[in-house]
Design a protein around this ligand. Structure first.
Ligand code: CAA
Ligand code: FAD
Length: 386
């Protein structure tokens, strides 16, 4: 066991922390209030390798490992969760999927533009009637005589949908085959037949733009199939295993920011002639916050370590990723709740970022698989029953 980080890992953490503190944190309140998409900051993150942290340098990325990704994501999320959502989708759901399942041309074409932060990527699995039950999708891709596919259908809740240039799309190519009838495709949003709905007004991560997208006779060329026909669901699930490590890291970043602000407040704020942090009841809350934060971090680093191992030796890290996401997201919700309580009335005020942390934390229990779905994944893998 080695709890130390390598020089490279510490370097990317430092770069992320510097941009997070100098560029992201000062505008976080503005982005939360207005919901304005932080394009300029995303470009800066891209120029510094943070839009393709695990992407090899030959495809425009930083060429780092999954641990480095966790460390960088935590820094960005601690400054502003909405930024980290955009970073997470680009890194783990978009680049990671194409790097693992794409061919050389696809890696050169799609990964480079996103990893360098010149374009934004998205991942479209969910539909209005199918979120957790992802195989119940209705969006159809029909094979034509000339080898192209005609896509018709809707996808909902697409992060970065309003701004994405390229999207990894999952659609049914053979309804009879269920999960084995789903195929992954690359979509160029500037082509005919692609439409965007209105940007969703959300409770938290408000600067991360989300919308419904629709396809009407959108034509996909044979070279735009990602992996093989019928492999789409497995691609989605294995990409989500990696994505869940990113969301666990996001949850840790939000929780850490709330925890650090709480420590300071508990030392400064006085009641009944003493700092509120000296009351045993506050101290118990702080001790529990610290335990949950540390446990989340260790479990997330374990999942990242297991991901790196499977990259070398094969296998899966589904359970470790689900354990990390479940633990960290529920910890973030609990920690931000306690942080708000310890801040009293000021916790409820928009003058401090505490209420934003609380609103932002909630999404980590919902997207990339709800807490119930993480429990289902863990328990199915552990028991072998379903
Ligand atoms: N890796 C590879 N293959 C996998 C896999 C994994 N992690 N998990 C399942 N599979 C394979 C199975 O082996 C099975 O293959 P065979 O047909 O060869 O047996 C196939 O996929 C079907 O698996 P299941 O029978 O387990 O599928 P299911 O219908 O019971 O669903 C589920 C399983 C875990 C509930 C899954 O549907 C799920 O994860 N749902 C949640 C969806 C989700 O997380 N959506 C996130 C959208 S993206 C997002 O949210 C982004 C964002 O916010 C920023
Ligand atoms: P449902 O599946 O309808 O679930 C409703 C409730 O039922 C939940 O509590 C759920 O846990 C519970 N439930 C469902 N099935 C079971 C079960 N078997 N056992 C126990 N409980 C169960 N999707 C994308 O594809 N791409 C994106 O970029 C993306 N970004 C998103 C951004 C935001 C802000 C949001 C809110 C969502 C995003 N999503 C995205 C969709 C997200 O992944 C889904 O919302 C999520 O998977 C849950 O699906 P649902 O909303 O349809 O809820």
């Amino acid at each position: 066991m080695d709890f130390g980080f390598s020089e490279e890992q510490l370097m990317i953490q430092d770069v992320a922390r510097r941009i997070a503190q100098e560029k992201i944190a000062p505008s976080a309140e503005h982005h939360d209030r207005t919901g304005e998409f932080p394009l300029e900051n995303i470009r800066t993150l891209g120029e510094n390798g943070l839009m393709g942290i695990e992407v090899p340098a030959e495809y425009g990325g930083a060429g780092m490992d999954p641990i480095a990704y966790v460390l960088a994501m935590i820094e960005i999320a601690a400054a502003d969760a909405a930024h980290s959502t955009i970073v997470s989708v680009n890194n783990s759901l978009f680049c990671n999927g194409i790097l693992t399942f794409g061919n050389e041309e696809q890696k050169q074409l799609y990964v480079r533009a996103i990893a360098e932060g010149r374009e934004i990527g998205a991942f479209a699995l969910t539909e209005p009637q199918s979120g957790s039950d992802a195989t119940a999708m209705r969006c159809k891709a029909t094979l034509q005589d000339d080898g192209t596919y005609l896509v018709n259908g809707k996808k909902s809740w697409i992060t970065s949908g309003p701004v994405a240039k390229y999207i990894v799309l999952f659609a049914m190519t053979d309804v009879e085959k269920g999960a084995r009838g789903i195929t992954a495709f690359m979509v160029d949003t500037e082509r005919e037949g692609f439409h965007r709905g209105k940007t969703e007004p959300k409770m938290g991560i408000r600067a991360s733009a989300t919308c419904e997208i629709e396809f009407t006779d959108y034509v996909i060329k044979p070279e735009e199939v990602l992996g093989a026909e019928g492999e789409g669901f497995k691609i989605a699930m294995s990409v989500l295993d990696a994505g869940r490590i990113g969301i666990a890291s996001q949850a840790i970043g939000i929780a850490r920011a709330a925890y650090e602000a709480t420590l300071e407040y508990a030392r400064d704020r006085k009641a009944f002639g003493q700092p509120i942090g000296a009351f045993q009841m506050t101290q118990a809350k702080i001790a529990d916050m610290k335990c949950k934060l540390d446990a989340s971090l260790l479990l997330t680093l374990r999942a990242a370590w297991k991901k790196a191992e499977t990259e070398k030796h094969g296998g899966r890290f589904s359970t470790e990723a689900a354990v990390a996401k479940l633990t960290a997201s529920e910890a973030a919700m609990w920690i931000t709740h306690q942080a708000l309580q310890i801040h009293g009335g000021m916790g409820y005020s928009k003058e401090l970022p505490i209420e934003r942390y609380f609103r932002d934390a909630k999404i980590t229990e919902i997207y990339e698989g709800t807490s119930e779905i993480q429990r289902l994944v863990i328990a199915r893998n552990e028991t072998g029953l379903r």
